[in-house]
Ligand binder design. Structure first.
Ligand SMILES: [Fe+2]
Ligand SMILES: [Fe+2]
Length: 257
């Protein structure tokens, strides 16, 4: 099975990259399943129902994952409750609206389980992602399992890769917005990368305009963040599986002028 996972989509520039490249990528890469991390799709913070619906309906996206910015948009919790293909981290505390994993059937007759987890190192409070993964895998069976590990610390993402090696088809990292060069298939057959990188503007600081971001390091009270504009890059990972295991993981990089 050929699966594309796109990193955090940041603001309008990120959405333009998705709309400009995803239809052609679907054909060129013969994609059968598409996952996008959408936690920064709305002005850099959160996702709206309109954006999610457009990706599902117009672009054939199968699952949207998120992270620490899942609930940034006002009233979005209601949509999380009704749309099972829009995930928030599974290790958010009990009682959080929405779900952290979803199982879907493909037209080819395969079951794909997508799990969204969030790290705990330098991140907002959440439950243990390792034991959360164990609990989900003990409960659910699927032909292919893909994990979005939304983490700040590279060590925590790598640890999760080794922890789940052989039990899932892929552990792909999101959140830092900076791509890492370590994509590989681990010995147990799990495709792994520490961070996919973002789908958005790289002429800034993790997707935000550099002056506003710099002001936050230089002043007591910094300026309001605004989404950056230049150097648009789409970063994704093409994961190819055979049976329950991955046989390859490859970086997909596209740009827009
Ligand atoms: Fe993000
Ligand atoms: Fe994040």
């Amino acid at each position: 099975m050929r699966i594309l996972v796109l990193g955090d989509v940041v603001g309008e520039p990120g959405r333009k990259l998705v709309e400009g490249h995803l239809p052609a990528l679907r054909r060129e890469l013969a994609l059968e399943f598409v996952i996008i991390n959408g936690e920064n799709a709305a002005h850099g913070h959160g996702i709206t129902e309109r954006i999610a619906r457009q990706w599902f309906e117009d672009f054939g996206v199968n699952v949207i994952t998120t992270g620490n910015h899942a609930f940034d948009v006002k009233d979005i919790a209601t949509y999380f409750q009704v749309e099972s293909r829009l995930l928030r981290p599974a290790n958010h505390p009990p009682g959080t609206p929405g779900q952290g994993y979803v199982k879907l059937h493909t037209p080819g007759g395969q079951e794909v389980l997508v799990i969204n987890l969030m790290g705990r190192v330098h991140m907002p409070t959440c439950d243990d992602p390792f034991r959360c993964a164990d609990a989900i895998l003990a409960r659910e069976r699927a032909d292919i399992v893909i994990v979005d590990m939304h983490a700040e610390a590279t060590s925590e993402a790598q640890a999760m890769g080794w922890y789940l090696d052989g039990r899932v088809a892929a552990v792909v990292g999101t959140h830092t917005h900076v791509p890492t060069l370590d994509a590989k298939v681990l010995p147990g057959g799990t495709a792994y990368v520490t961070d996919i990188g973002m789908v958005g503007p790289y002429e800034g600081v993790i997707g935000m305009k550099k002056d506003a971001s710099l002001s936050r390091f230089l002043k007591v009270k910094g300026e309001r963040f605004e989404v950056a504009e230049g150097d648009l890059q789409l970063h994704g990972m093409l994961v190819v599986t055979e049976g329950r295991k991955a046989v390859s993981i490859q970086r997909i990089l596209k740009t827009l002028p």
